[in-house]
Design a protein around this ligand. Sequence first.
Ligand SMILES: C[S@@+](CC[C@H](N)C(=O)[O-])C[C@H]1O[C@@H](n2cnc3c(N)ncnc32)[C@H](O)[C@@H]1O
Length: 261
Amino acid sequence: MKSRSPGLVSLVGAGPGDPELLTVKGLKRLEGAEVVVHDRLVSAQLLDRAKSSARRIDVGKAPGVRRWPQSRINTLLVAEARRGRRVVRLKGGDPFVFGRGGEECEALVAAGIPFEIVPGVTSAIAAPACAGIPVTHRGLASAFAVVAGHTSAPLEQLDWAALVRVGTLVILMGRARLPEIVALLLRHGMSEATPAAVISHASTGLQQAARGSLADIAARARELGSPATVVVGEVVDLSERLAWFTPGEAAGPTAREGVVA
Ligand SMILES: C[S@@+](CC[C@H](N)C(=O)[O-])C[C@H]1O[C@@H](n2cnc3c(N)ncnc32)[C@H](O)[C@@H]1O
């Protein structure tokens, strides 16, 4: 009996939330997909771009609810590709920025499944941009670092002494542990006056931002929802002049129902 040749798995970055921030290549792959395996924070408008016959599988988690274990997602991708299907693995932002895309690729390589990466617009850069904050700016910051603020390992294991000297710090998944992160930055020599901002639901109709300094950002951002990105550094002050985004005019979800949960 002739064995079926495996399909292709495309790991596609969906961008930060606004469906128009998907790349042209990402859209082509989504429109051609037979199976779409997606995360929770992928907008319903984006999923609508797949064929109505495409199977949509939500492997994301709502806060507090158990998500699919990574091994089960890997097994699903391999199984669907072995059936000869065109599979899109749609991930928020960029697949290789705290997205476990590398682990999925390793599983595909081990199983001999052809795959490709379609990079996406990462929230690490897009969230600050949507609040009028360039992560680098001549004379203010010539480097930036992207840090996970919610790691399985204790935050103390990161090299904070080095991080405070980088220029701009962008912290993903750091909203819940913001007071702890601020304390670490201060302990490693950052001034309380260092500008800081938190941007939630960036690029969508739900976008909100809080701006202040390390002294008060945790209190100012208390009411902001998730997902949220924290930015620390002198570049934050540029948002006073460069803020441009009007959530009411956003193409992305404007209500919580618009976010696939
Ligand atoms: C698991 S990480 C995935 C990051 C993703 N791969 C990327 O490149 O943007 C999820 C974190 O990204 C950030 N994030 C994602 N979408 C966001 C948005 N629309 N606004 C602000 N932050 C966002 C938040 O810090 C969230 O906790």
